[in-house]
Design a protein around this ligand. Structure first.
Ligand code: ASP
Length: 609
């Protein structure tokens, strides 16, 4: 046996026992003939004491950082204890040491607060993975995986693998493709998700399917995306939307309990997409804090929204508001006392190209009840007070107002809201708030192609009461200017997203399961029947053999782990991630392949861009 114990388990209860440990030398501290070694393995760190004067066998043992050693000795009480670590009250007085393997000096220190930069750590990821902080993330990932599997197994889901080499049917993201040697000139695609397979499994009668599965999308990598990522992918038959919501609320609550020990209290709020956009300017709102958006230029009242008061700021002679398509405001607690400098900084913040606003108007609603704004010239005190009341502001708040084009302004105010939530400490790391966002639009309009595109994916069913709208209308958009008036613009999808602290952690839908409706969907997306058959004939065919009503969901497993681990980055929770340009810097992939391989694949490389 290499070891009797791990480096994470010995304590005062083991005093005077002879033990053998094996692990890596994290640090060496030499004091004359005495050397202290922090010995590390997966489970923790134990201090070794090597006294050369006692044991000649230790004399001159040339240890170095990251050497793999085996040490036998007696568990002894430490004189200076380290109560930060579980083994910090003891040390091992070593009698015998064996060097199992040497190490060259590692390129960075293998400790929680390492001196290694990002690139270096990725290049030597196998060393980075030795660090306890990284190990904790990888272990958390496994805990989430195991909890998900346990729950789904209890609920009679079965894990069925689906193929990775499939057919390219780009809809949404770009496919990664794989050339086929045995079929000259032909390519497989890697799945963007097992979507059609899980639906086929429903047709086959496996009424509860799941898989913790890799998905591949060849997207330009926005911040914190990976070209290959993992989903907890699920599908169920004979269900309606509410069945899915309840089943997967159960899953997420179970994961919280198992992984974090948190009993998620209370109902999970359900909000329509329209309300989310209206009240938070965003389809994945962080509802841990209020700061709801007031629409100063619209008469419509929305559920949960700040009370609408019509065109409250219109036509006061302030051209910025008068001419803007939309004017949106948030009321920020405590903001009335901000300094001029703070407002200037915030104004610069909204003017940054990423936000792209022209400026920021503010109204201070002071504690003493007085009110002052940066546009006093145009608005009387009375008018400002009515705006404050309309925004449901409290004394001490500042009202921040943005004006401009509808979509841009909405995004900007939503970003501003999140930024202030962050700055004011309202987005607490240890507070978890779940939310369902429901009833997304089924279609989005593509200006480029003058046609509809599926907002979720083409297998998503419309809300049951809108199926007839879809069937009975021609999807063709005769006048692009008036696309919003086309009946399809208002069709809502029977789709749902689960949102956690402002992050979409899962999404899915009730599916189309009749051939006629699925064909209509492909028509709407501008596919000819021929094309639809070429790409999805297998699914349309399957729908003719008794496809049951079904629906499902997929959770972004990497993201879920990152949030539960309190991290911004999914990379920290993936053993071997890619960098922002989609490269594996450790393997140096992607890379060229040699001429012989290319020839076997019938591929010639074109050099022009
Ligand atoms: N396959 C979908 C996705 O990857 C999820 C689902 O509809 O179940 O987004």
């Amino acid at each position: 046996m290499f070891r009797t114990h791990t480096c994470g388990e010995l304590g005062l209860a083991n005093l005077n026992q002879e033990v053998t440990l094996a692990g890596w030398v994290q640090t060496l501290r030499k004091f004359g003939s005495i050397t202290f070694v922090d010995l590390r393995d997966r489970y923790g760190i134990t201090q070794l004491l090597l006294d050369e004067t006692q044991h000649s066998s230790l004399a001159g043992s040339p240890l170095g950082r990251e050497y793999v050693i085996q040490a036998t000795g007696i568990v002894s009480e430490r004189s200076s204890k380290n109560l930060q670590i579980p083994t910090g009250e003891i040390e091992i007085k070593v009698g015998k040491i064996v060097i199992l393997n040497k190490s060259v000096t590692p390129p960075f220190t293998i400790q929680d607060d390492t001196d290694g930069g990002d690139d270096l750590r990725m290049k030597f990821r196998y060393l980075d993975l030795r660090r306890q902080v990284v190990k904790k993330n990888i272990e958390l990932r496994y805990a989430v995986n195991r909890a998900a599997r346990n729950y789904l197994h209890q609920k009679h889901f079965i894990d069925i693998e689906t193929p990775f080499l499939i057919k390219s049917t780009p809809e949404g993201a770009r496919d990664f493709v794989v050339p086929s040697r045995m079929n000259a000139g032909q390519f497989y695609a890697l799945p963007q998700s097992p979507q059609t397979f899980k639906q086929l499994l429903m047709v086959s009668g496996y009424d509860r399917y799941y898989q913790v599965v890799k998905c591949f999308r060849d997207e330009d990598l926005r911040a914190d995306r990976q070209p290959e990522f993992t989903q907890i992918d699920c599908e169920m038959s004979f269900i309606e939307q509410n069945d899915i919501l309840e089943m997967f609320e159960g899953l997420i609550k179970y994961i919280f309990k198992e992984v974090k020990g948190i009993e998620y209290k209370g109902e999970i709020e359900r909000m329509t997409w329209e309300d989310a956009m209206w009240v938070y300017g965003n389809d994945k709102p962080d509802i841990r804090f209020d700061m709801k958006i007031a629409n100063l230029k619209s008469p419509i009242k929305r559920k949960g929204a700040v009370e609408a008061g019509g065109w409250i700021i219109a036509n006061a002679g302030f051209p910025v508001f008068d001419n803007a398509e939309t004017v949106l405001a948030i009321s920020v607690p405590g903001g009335a006392t901000w300094t001029r400098k703070q407002f200037d900084e915030l104004t610069d913040w909204v003017k940054r190209p990423q936000i792209g606003m022209q400026g920021l108007v503010y109204i201070r609603y002071n504690e003493d009840g007085t009110i002052k704004s940066s546009v006093d010239k145009f608005y009387s005190e009375e008018k400002l007070l009515s705006i404050a009341s309309y925004c449901q502001s409290q004394k001490g708040d500042v009202i921040l107002i943005l004006a401009g084009r509808e979509e841009k302004t909405r995004k900007a105010i939503s970003d501003l809201r999140l930024e202030l939530g962050e700055r004011l400490g309202l987005r607490k790391k240890d507070e978890y708030t779940l939310l369902w966002v429901l009833d997304f639009p089924l279609f989005e309009y593509s200006e480029e192609d003058n046609r509809w595109v599926a907002r979720h994916h083409p297998f998503t069913a419309p809300k049951p009461d809108q199926i007839s709208t879809m069937i009975n209308h021609d999807p063709v958009i005769s006048n692009p200017e008036l696309y919003l008036e086309h009946p399809y613009a208002n069709i809502k999808a029977n789709a749902y997203d689960m949102v956690l602290n402002g992050n979409e952690i899962g999404g899915g839908s009730i599916r189309i399961y009749q051939r006629e409706l699925q064909e209509k969907m492909f028509d709407a997306l501008g596919m000819t029947r021929e094309e639809a058959n070429h790409k999805f004939g297998f699914l349309l065919g399957a729908f003719e053999y008794g496809a049951p009503p079904h629906g499902g969901i997929a959770f972004g497993f990497d993201r879920l782990c990152a949030i539960l681990g309190g991290s911004e980055s999914i990379r920290d929770f993936i053993a071997f991630p890619k960098n922002n340009s989609g490269r594996d810097v450790m393997l140096d992939a992607p890379s060229t392949i040699d001429e012989k391989q290319l020839r076997e694949l019938f591929i010639e490389i074109r050099t022009e861009k």
